[in-house]
Design a protein around this ligand. Structure first.
Ligand SMILES: CCCCCCCCCCCCCCCCCCCCCC(=O)SCCNC(=O)CCNC(=O)[C@H](O)C(C)(C)COP(=O)(O)OP(=O)(O)OC[C@H]1O[C@@H](n2cnc3c(N)ncnc32)[C@H](O)[C@@H]1OP(=O)(O)O
Ligand SMILES: Cc1cc2nc3c(=O)[nH]c(=O)nc-3n(C[C@H](O)[C@H](O)[C@H](O)COP(=O)(O)OP(=O)(O)OC[C@H]3O[C@@H](n4cnc5c(N)ncnc54)[C@H](O)[C@@H]3O)c2cc1C
Length: 664
């Protein structure tokens, strides 16, 4: 029935004030107002219609993305939207495109690595979008191993230019978003060579296409790398390839904030760590963590609302059947994902703080916290994107058969989201960076240098290696210090075991290679501890709103205890908990599920997502699923005619068995 709220009963059950929770989810009243206003604006503007994109050809989809992106930019200019509002507009537009790389990586790379002069020149063009840029780092042969890139930038002192060249096929740039068809410029990462000496990978601003007719400049071969996973989905983006044939750029287009090449061709390395050339990746990894909570919340919102609408079995005497959300199995799969969405939100907020702090320190030439910022952004990017991708797929299964329909919104969400496990650093490669950081921290224990920040717990190694969990009854698992101690001792013991095993090898690098799988596990345990500890810090802080804190506490312990359950092998093998304590945790988890159950729909309403953004018949706010599924089915082009195209050619001859004679 149109206009009826089929989920009204669910909403009436809520034991907290949803509007207050909306503010907590958004981060502040101001952030909520912006998000709420911009999402409604996008939802009602026909240019941002997106329901038809799965049926578009690649070319139509690409052009439609151009139209939306340019229209979004026009709105930003005309309505004088702030950066915050502009970013929200892009998020709710919900279509990957060149804007992401221009604003998300090209502009930040120039800001982070360009001199003041370079920033003045290039940012004034980029900020007005008079040039469009992308981030061209990855090559056909190397993505993860940045030091292995092959493109060269050789200084020619005669002309005061760099010669950009792609010496092999594998040195072709391959993957950069926005490169294939749109960008006029790129920040290109290439090996700097002066006087025959290779100084490693540096960034260069390179014009790719004519600003008059968009044709590639002579010496540049460029194009799109082809269709990617899923219909619609990430195919709106023109990920591209690029080859240079002795292409020349002026010397002042090397990004020279971190190191310089003089007119004479002398290379001057500054005293800042060389890894700052990776700074743009660190900044994007940080934003990816907050975006993980967004994507997971979207899937969970769809699965929760639909689980409350959907009924199977349990009817007695012809009465009403059971809502599938009432099955403990459904709760055991769904509620940890709901809790994870909130957990990633809060760790994302904290990571943003950490990133802002390290940026300010770097400006004052204080590099002390850089290794930790790198480890946290890399590890949390890896952990949250892996969990979110798996979570979206789980939500699809939680919706049964209808979850597999395009109009459930879940297939496209998965297809767009899953490359987050690969881009901005493969998730395993990133966890290995965390593992290196942990091994270094462990090796310094006892040296007098106390571990700080997220590794401060390692400073209590003596206690954490010996302690036994004090949990005696199920409710003890609602004690924050007991939960934290279990996670800390598990993480520390796993790291120390790795370090001990490493020390058995004469050659540390060989040992590291041999123990890669264990090292990744130890890194994941450390990252999970960070997320749990930031969630606990959140619920121990001041939280306003009727009943809100209680709900967040429930979600926090669900998050922690489901991880304990999932990684029980780690917790038991490190003696961080006993089998009896683990079974008390399962008992407590079931009780928490029962407490969350009446609040589940309201907890996903708190995300404040519009039906436009969700893009899902199953996740509709009003729960009016079945009639809308029919409406969607009838819109399919196959239903344009009752008798399908191809009937006379194939079906009729088959039924009548009157094929032209076949020859073997
Ligand atoms: C105004 C309105 C606006 C409106 C519009 C608004 C628009 C809104 C915009 C929307 C928002 C935008 C969102 C974008 C969305 C995403 C799209 C997708 C984009 C995808 C882009 C990409 O996909 S782009 C390519 C990413 N490609 C990688 O990600 C390579 C990974 N590969 C490595 O990153 C390195 O290869 C790897 C492994 C570290 C080894 O590097 P390596 O070999 O040099 O280093 P080693 O391992 O030897 O390590 C030696 C020592 O360096 C330390 N260290 C290493 N890295 C460090 C670091 N970063 N910082 C500090 N320290 C570091 C390490 O900890 C060691 O420290 P120590 O010596 O103390 O132990
Ligand atoms: C949708 C999308 C958008 C992208 N956009 C951009 C962009 O705008 N700009 C850009 O420059 N790049 C971009 N990329 C490229 C992306 O950054 C790389 O694909 C990514 O960094 C992974 O590198 P790779 O492809 O070389 O993977 P590989 O490193 O080849 O990974 C293959 C396998 O090897 C494993 N592996 C690799 N090294 C190790 C190791 N040391 N130890 C253990 N296992 C290892 C990995 O875990 C993985 O399982 C994009 C990629 C995608 C999918």
């Amino acid at each position: 029935m149109e206009g009826v709220d089929h989920l009204a009963d669910e909403r009436n059950k809520a034991e907290f004030n949803v509007d207050d929770m909306k503010i907590i989810w958004a981060g502040s009243r101001h952030a909520f107002d912006v998000s709420n206003r911009i999402s409604r604006f996008v939802a009602t503007d026909p240019v941002f219609e997106k329901s038809n994109r799965a049926l578009m050809t690649r070319k139509e989809l690409f052009k439609n993305t151009l139209k939306k992106s340019v229209y979004a930019w026009k709105i930003i200019k005309e309505l004088r939207l702030s950066d915050e509002e502009g970013i929200k507009l892009r998020i709710f537009m919900d279509q990957p495109g060149f804007l992401d790389l221009h604003w998300g990586m090209f502009v930040p790379a120039i800001k982070g690595q360009g001199t003041e002069e370079q920033q003045q020149k290039w940012l004034s063009l980029a900020n007005k979008m008079q040039i469009i840029g992308c981030y061209a780092q990855t090559e056909l042969g190397h993505g993860s191993n940045v030091q292995g890139l092959e493109t060269t930038a050789t200084f020619d002192p005669k002309t005061d230019q760099f010669i950009m060249h792609s010496p092999t096929q594998t040195s072709s740039k391959w993957w950069p978003g926005g490169l294939g068809k749109v960008s006029t410029h790129a920040v290109v990462y290439a090996r700097l060579i002066t006087n025959g000496k290779d100084h490693g990978v540096h960034g260069f601003i390179v014009q790719l296409r004519s600003l008059d007719d968009h044709s590639p400049l002579p010496g540049i071969t460029i194009g799109d790398i082809g269709m990617k996973f899923g219909n619609g989905a990430y195919n709106s983006m023109d990920n591209g390839f690029l080859m240079f044939n002795q292409f020349r750029i002026p010397r002042d287009q090397m990004l020279m904030r971190l190191s310089k090449v003089t007119r004479e061709g002398k290379y001057i390395a500054s005293d800042v760590p060389r890894q700052l050339v990776y700074g743009t990746m660190v900044s994007v990894r940080q934003t990816i963590v907050s975006k993980a909570s967004d994507a997971l919340a979207r899937a969970v919102c769809i699965a929760t609302r639909y689980s409350a609408v959907r009924r199977q079995f349990g009817s007695e005497n012809g009465g009403i059947e059971t809502q599938v959300i009432d099955y403990k199995t459904q709760q055991n799969r769904l509620f940890p994902l709901l809790a994870s969405a909130y957990a990633f939100r809060f760790v994302g907020e904290w990571l943003k703080w950490l990133y802002t702090d390290v940026t300010q320190r770097l400006e004052a030439s204080d590099f002390v916290t850089l290794p930790e910022a790198h480890a946290c952004t890399a590890g949390l990017k890896s952990m949250t994107t892996s969990a979110t991708s798996d979570g979206i797929e789980e939500c699809r299964k939680l919706c049964g058969g209808h979850g597999y329909l395009w109009c459930s919104g879940l297939p496209e969400l998965f297809a767009v989201y899953v490359p987050a496990c690969t881009y901005e650093g493969d998730n395993v490669v990133l966890q290995l960076q965390v593992a290196r950081f942990l091994m270094k921290t462990v090796s310094q224990l006892g040296s007098g240098k106390a571990p700080a920040g997220t590794t401060a717990y390692m400073g209590r190694a003596q206690h954490l290696l010996q302690c036994r969990s004090g949990v005696q009854k199920a409710e003890d698992w609602l004690n924050p210090s007991m939960v934290l101690e279990a996670f800390e001792s598990r993480a520390l013991r796993m790291a120390i075991t790795c370090a001990k095993n490493l020390s058995k090898f004469e050659n540390q690098e060989q040992g590291f290679s041999e123990l890669l799988a264990d090292l990744v596990e130890a890194a994941i345990a450390h990252c999970q501890l960070i997320v749990v500890s930031k969630f606990i810090a959140k619920i121990e802080g001041e939280i306003e709103g009727k009943g809100v804190k209680k709900q967040l506490k429930n979600l926090c312990y669900i998050y922690a205890l489901h991880l304990l359950h999932k990684h029980l092998g780690d917790f038991l093998s490190t003696n961080s908990v006993t089998p009896e304590q683990a079974s008390l945790a399962s008992h407590q988890l079931r009780s928490l599920y029962s407490q969350v159950r009446p609040n589940a729909v309201a907890l996903v309403d708190a995300f404040d997502y519009t039906d436009h953004y969700l893009g899902s018949v199953l996740g509709r706010y009003d729960g009016n699923v079945y009639p809308k599924l029919f409406e969607e089915a009838l819109k399919d082009p196959l239903n344009d005619s009752v008798v399908p195209d191809g009937y006379h050619e194939y079906i009729r001859p088959l039924i009548k068995q009157n094929f032209p004679s076949a020859k073997l």
